[in-house]
Design a protein around this ligand. Structure first.
Ligand SMILES: N[C@@H](CCC(=O)N[C@@H](CS)C(=O)NCC(=O)O)C(=O)O
Length: 209
């Protein structure tokens, strides 16, 4: 039996943050497919047995269950000694970027992708609003990456893995990707890390609706 189990599905960028950690760190892990589009995370039994918050990713390790990707990444860094901070200042910076990611960088982009790129709602006031917010967050990250190869250090940390959740997803979201040159180079640097794999190759389940 694998040391780690990750409840996830291919199109979940939040799950990819954790799957990417496990792949890059060469951990012994197994994905457990969650039928999100079939409503599994809304089922009472799933919520009771897996996550009362109704979300993936959920990581199982040594009989305990963890949810919230940032917390899981922090747990994994601590448990494995990989991709974590080397001092308190770095730890603070990692959390500053992971919180920004959860509130803005991933959050607006993932919701835009879900509506515009996956459900194909077409352009609406909501997608316009989400795109504006996503672009504002992307500009901040792009500007930051002008000065540094990875978000908080010269090496990749869990902050990079958190923000990388959705950046390799192929769906068109109408974001002007050509504007974000430093994000593009950062994506290449992460893609070049040994063990990197695309989300759709790492996690099970459909890759379109
Ligand atoms: N802040 C959470 C977000 C997790 C999240 O939104 N997961 C999505 C899949 S990518 C989900 O399970 N959503 C369930 C729902 O909204 O009903 C994290 O980083 O783990």
């Amino acid at each position: 039996m694998s040391e780690f189990k990750l409840h996830c599905f291919a199109m979940s960028g939040n799950s990819y943050k954790v799957a990417l950690f496990l792949a890059l760190a060469e951990m012994d892990w197994t994905p457990v497919f969650v039928d999100y589009f079939g409503g599994e995370t809304h089922q009472e039994q799933w919520r009771q047995e897996v996550n009362e918050q109704g979300e993936v990713p959920v990581l199982e390790h040594k009989g305990a269950r963890f949810s919230q990707s940032a917390l899981i990444l922090d747990y994994l860094a601590e448990a494995t000694g990989k991709f974590g901070p080397e001092n308190v200042r770095e730890e603070q910076e990692i959390w500053r970027w992971m919180l920004f990611d959860n509130h803005k960088f991933t959050s607006y982009y993932a919701t835009l992708r879900f509506l515009y790129g996956i459900k194909k709602t077409g352009e609406t006031a909501v997608t316009q609003f989400l795109r504006e917010r996503a672009i504002a967050a992307y500009r901040i990250v792009d500007d930051h990456l002008r000065q540094t190869p990875f978000l908080v250090a010269a090496r990749p940390t869990i902050a990079d893995l958190s923000l990388a959740g959705y950046v390799y997803m192929p769906e068109d979201t109408g974001l002007p990707q050509e504007e974000f040159l430093h994000i593009a180079k950062w994506k290449d640097r992460i893609r070049d890390l040994p063990g990197w794999r695309h989300p759709y190759d790492l996690m099970p389940g459909p890759t379109s609706l």
